[in-house]
Design a binder for this molecule. Structure first.
Ligand SMILES: NC(=O)c1ccc[n+]([C@@H]2O[C@H](COP(=O)([O-])OP(=O)(O)OC[C@H]3O[C@@H](n4cnc5c(N)ncnc54)[C@H](OP(=O)(O)O)[C@@H]3O)[C@@H](O)[C@H]2O)c1
Length: 258
């Protein structure tokens, strides 16, 4: 995948924490030159320690900031081999609560528009190079609507379908689009979950799986495989049964997104 004699160049959003930070370590420890993006500079620097990394403090909801970060990374490291849109937020929100309306907006903006803003500036240079992988991190929560988590479920379902469209748009260009929908990962995002999290993965294990799927250019996957089986059942479960089983499912706490 990398150009001859050039290290792999990988740009990762959400690199200041959790899965994104684990992906940075995964690729960085294998010699890649990294572009690490997040809003918290100190946390980004912690991820970057000891790695060949350029840090970009940028907000994925801000298209201009993402364009500037991409341009600077390309100037420093060349057109990336891999761009991973991993930044995201997850918080409970209820449509009936006025306080939660901005929460819906923030979740949709970060989880859907954040991907669009991340990928946009890389597509023209990747198209010209005739290569590259754009990997979007969706979620198994996007398979069906989860009560109390409508914002997050909807954002991840939208992300998955958006990535599918992008995959087809770019098929002839040599750019591959890889969608990964993880189950539960041990990160700050899930630390607040007041319910059991079956088949939970460490961030390092999830990062290794994502990297393998990117290497295989797998169009769409759910990880781990046990969660893929559960998602398969959920997808084809009749609506009446789904409603009965999930109406009382434990809910992600409401709150304000960061
Ligand atoms: N943990 C899970 O069980 C799980 C399961 C399925 C899918 N996922 C998905 O995996 C991805 C990573 O989640 P995680 O578990 O690693 O969560 P995390 O530890 O909370 O990390 C989230 C990352 O996203 C960045 N981020 C959030 N909003 C941003 C914004 N507006 N602009 C720029 N960066 C932003 C954060 O950086 P700053 O705060 O520094 O900006 C942080 O680096 C997310 O897309 C999440 O939805 C997670």
């Amino acid at each position: 995948m990398p150009q001859a004699n050039k290290p792999l160049a990988v740009f990762i959003t959400g690199a200041s924490s959790g899965l994104g930070a684990a992906l940075a370590r995964h690729y960085g420890q294998r010699g890649a030159v990294l572009g690490l993006c997040g809003r918290r500079g100190e946390a980004l620097e912690r991820t970057a320690a000891g790695l060949n990394a350029h840090c970009f403090i940028a907000e994925v909801r801000d298209a201009g900031a993402m364009q500037a970060a991409a341009a600077e990374f390309i100037e420093k490291a060349g057109v990336p081999d891999i761009v991973i849109g991993c930044a995201g937020i997850s918080v409970g929100a209820l449509t009936e609560e006025a306080d939660d309306l901005p929460v819906f907006q923030a979740v949709m903006d970060a989880n859907v528009m954040g991907l669009v803003h991340t990928f946009h500036p890389f597509i023209a240079p990747m198209r010209q190079a005739g290569r590259g992988v754009l990997c979007g991190i969706a979620s198994v929560a996007g398979v069906r609507g989860l009560p109390g988590g409508g914002a997050y479920s909807a954002s991840k379902a939208a992300a998955r379908v958006y990535l599918e469209a992008l995959r087809l748009e770019l098929k002839a260009s040599g750019i591959r689009v890889v969608t990964v929908s993880p189950g539960y990962i041990e990160t700050p995002m899930t630390r607040v979950n007041p319910y059991p999290m079956p088949f939970r993965m460490t961030a390092a294990a999830a990062a290794a799986k994502v990297a393998r799927l990117i290497e295989k250019r797998r169009a769409e996957s759910i990880i781990p495989w046990q969660m893929a089986v559960v998602a398969g059942f959920m997808r084809c479960m009749p609506r009446a049964l789904y409603d009965r089983l999930f109406e009382k499912a434990p809910r992600k706490p409401r709150g304000l997104p960061t």
